[in-house]
Design a protein around this ligand. Structure first.
Ligand code: NAX
Length: 307
């Protein structure tokens, strides 16, 4: 039997983790024959949640898959010890009356500490996915504090935005999301991102055609479509009074599975990665680019797209 993969999820007692654990334990990300050790990190006051919750976290995982061992802890150095994958979900959400700079200050502290702990105790091959907001900035902070780990091992989540963009197109054309491919998210996981359909295709039954050709409405594609994707996160919070959890968990799984196993031939996906200067952007910032991923977890920025 394969060695267990050591996977750490931070914010392990939060609402995204609650939706995420099911899919990871079921094998949707690393395969159903892959044994896992899940290390759930949260803050000390949340340890009681792990202990008491009978249908959540540990209880749920054990019920689903005997190949999963669970460790819950409030110590990043235990949670990150020899890990293969870190999914950094835990962060302080913006509260009423808090300004963005207050949130940045509080979360930067978390990601400085976690970057340092990763640097010290994680495997040097660890693959890091930052989800906690502001995701691009937190990813850059963690990466800069982990100089012994290659910068290419740090990514942030913009797959939720990509999935939302594909869903908008699929719904407009009355088709399934899987038929829509190669929609790109450029930039930040925020309302300044640019969802780009100009290289995207859709298959409505007669082979792939360009999205612009299929939709036949440039006003919508250049206007409401872009705004809807950019503001979807805020719309969900307004409706649920909570941020998206199930769709975020699905996007985390999609991102990690593609990073682990590679992208299908001819397909591109979007991830926030440390810029190498491609497309004229400053080196070192974390920016969402279109990528292809090989079978060895190595991603490449797709070059020379009209932009
Ligand atoms: P919750 O508030 O339900 O859960 C967050 C958990 O993190 C809590 O259990 C909290 O105790 C824990 N936590 C806080 N500080 C910690 C620390 N130092 N170490 C470990 N754990 C810590 O939030 P949830 O809805 O799960 O969202 C988590 C984060 O994801 C938020 O920052 C949210 O803004 C962000 N999101 C990012 C998305 C993306 O696409 N990049 C989409 C979904 C989500 O909005």
């Amino acid at each position: 039997m394969a060695e267990p993969l050591r996977i750490c999820i931070t914010g392990g007692a939060g609402q995204i983790a609650y939706s995420l654990l099911y899919s990871i334990c079921k094998g949707d990300v690393f395969g159903s024959n892959q044994p896992l050790t899940l290390l759930l990190l949260d803050i000390q006051p949340m340890m009681a949640v792990f202990g008491r919750c009978s249908d959540g976290t540990a209880g749920l995982c054990l019920f689903l898959c005997y190949k999963v061992d669970i460790v819950s802890t409030a110590d990043p150095k235990i949670a990150f010890k020899n890990i293969d994958v870190a999914i950094l979900v835990g962060a302080m959400p913006r509260k009423e009356g808090m300004e963005r700079k207050d949130l940045l200050k509080a979360n930067a502290k978390i990601f400085v500490e976690q970057g340092k702990a990763l640097n010290e105790v994680a495997k040097k091959t660890v693959k890091v996915l930052v989800v906690g907001n502001p995701a691009n900035t937190n990813c850059m902070v963690a990466q800069l504090n982990a100089p012994s780990i290659p910068a290419t091992n740090f990514t942030c989540l913009t797959r939720l935005d990509m999935n939302r963009a594909k869903a908008q197109i699929a719904s407009r054309l009355g088709t399934r999301v899987e038929q829509v491919k190669n929609v790109i998210i450029w930039g930040n996981h925020s309302s300044t991102q640019y969802p780009d359909v100009n290289h995207g295709v859709v298959d409505l039954g007669n082979g792939p055609v360009s999205i612009r050709e299929a939709v036949k409405d440039d006003n919508w594609l250049n206007g409401d479509f872009v705004k809807t994707v950019q503001k979807r996160g805020a719309a969900i919070i307004a409706a649920r009074k909570l941020s998206s959890a199930m769709s975020a968990a699905k996007a985390i799984c999609d991102h990690m599975r593609d990073w682990w196993f590679g992208t299908p031939e001819g397909e591109i996906v979007s991830m926030g990665v440390v810029s190498d200067g491609s497309y004229g952007l400053p080196q070192g910032i974390v920016y969402s680019y279109p990528l292809t991923i090989g079978p060895n977890h190595k991603w490449e920025i797709k070059q020379d797209l009209d932009h």
